[in-house]
Design a protein around this ligand. Structure first.
Ligand code: ACO
Length: 328
């Protein structure tokens, strides 16, 4: 049975840097509040009009180049996003067309901040069964367009950024490398604790004249509490499945929602923060894009090397969460 291994990584963030202080144009907030509560100093926002598929396209080009693959080599595209270009169809088919492909299958994943981990798991299964050999996995988001810029929107509005990350995942016959295990979870009982409930198939509000229709809601404290507990459990599941100790893992890459969540998980496992790759200070929460953006930068900085033991973990809206254990 072949294993699945990441052979190319790429990222794209829009050039426009939005520092915490700029957010005071819309919100009663401060650099000090945002930085001490979340670790965020700045994020990237697109200049409108922009397209999530296009951000993904730029990241995909870098990942394909690094893997020395052309779009024609792809057997499947998996596109994780909570901010697709259209209500339907998903952004995967738009990316497929941009890549100049005719009928290559494209699948969208709707698991928000856990989207990349879910996508990795799907890619792993397709490769291990022998159905596909080369898969492109995207996490891409434009979130600056759904932020609620009214005063009530400040808790959510200061946290999110735009960006994209991509991974080429290929079959390998080398033993003991690549994606070794994934663990996925969800709990719909908490769907309303972190959501954009409209536009919705349940209401017609979004087509009324003058209605903006987007009202993101987040119960920050509840999400924070669950994120620490659930990512800790998912990491423990990955460690147990591999028979690894927390200490022998070379690098942890956790979804970048709040640096204090990462600190709490590090503390739970008795690990130094240096063992976790973080870049939330530069990009904020880029949802499905955050893990592949981290992986791309970690590899560029030499912190991810062949043979390294790596654990990825994410938690987000749904609630959804999960982990993956890899030997790089
Ligand atoms: N600027 C200034 N003050 C603010 C802001 C702001 N931007 N936002 C809220 N406040 C105020 C609130 O109104 C409240 O004021 P009050 O006490 O007078 O009512 C106060 O700040 C709340 O402060 P804290 O309780 O200290 O806030 P907390 O420490 O809970 O931090 C935060 C809030 C950053 C949102 C945190 O709860 C968090 O990170 N939660 C988890 C986020 C997350 O993990 N999301 C998951 C992924 S996202 C996805 O899946 C799409």
């Amino acid at each position: 049975m072949p294993a699945a291994r990441i052979t190319g990584l790429g990222m794209y963030v829009p050039p426009r840097v939005v520092k915490n202080d700029e957010l005071r144009r819309w919100f009663d907030t401060s650099d000090e509040w945002i930085y001490t509560r979340s670790g965020i100093q700045e994020r990237r926002w697109v200049e409108e009009p922009a397209s999530t598929a296009e951000l993904g396209y730029y990241a995909a080009q870098s990942a394909l180049a690094q893997a020395d693959k052309s779009p024609q080599d792809l057997d499947l595209i998996i596109f994780a996003t909570l901010s697709p270009d259209m209500y339907f169809p998903g952004s995967g088919v738009l990316l497929q067309h941009k890549l100049g492909l005719e009928t290559t299958p494209a699948l969208d994943i709707r698991q928000q901040c856990s989207g990349f981990i879910y996508g990795l798991s799907v890619a792993n299964q397709f490769i291990r069964t022998g159905m596909y050999r080369t898969i492109l996995l995207l996490g891409a988001e434009i979130q600056s367009t759904w932020i609620d810029y009214s005063p009530e929107g400040r808790t959510v509005g200061v946290l999110f950024g735009d960006g994209a990350g991509a991974a080429v995942i290929e079959a390998t016959d080398s033993p003991g490398v690549g994606i070794l295990s994934t663990h996925l979870y969800s709990q719909g009982a908490y769907a309303r604790e972190l959501c954009v409930a409209e536009p919705s198939s349940a209401t017609r509000q979004h087509i009324l004249p003058g209605s903006h229709g987007m009202r993101p809601y987040m119960n920050g404290k509840e999400v924070f509490r669950h994120a620490v507990q659930r990512m800790g459990e998912a990491i423990q599941a990955a460690l147990s499945a591999q028979g690894w100790t927390a200490q022998e893992v070379n690098l942890y890459v956790l979804h970048q929602a709040n640096i204090r969540i990462v600190q709490a998980v590090a503390e739970f496992f008795g690990l130094p923060m240096e063992r976790f790759y973080n870049n939330i200070h530069k990009y904020g929460n880029t949802t499905a894009a955050s893990i592949p953006i981290c992986l791309t930068e970690a590899a560029q900085e030499g912190r991810l090397q062949r043979g390294h033991k790596v654990i990825l973990a994410a938690f987000g809206s749904g609630f959804t969460w999960g982990s993956a254990a890899l030997v790089w």
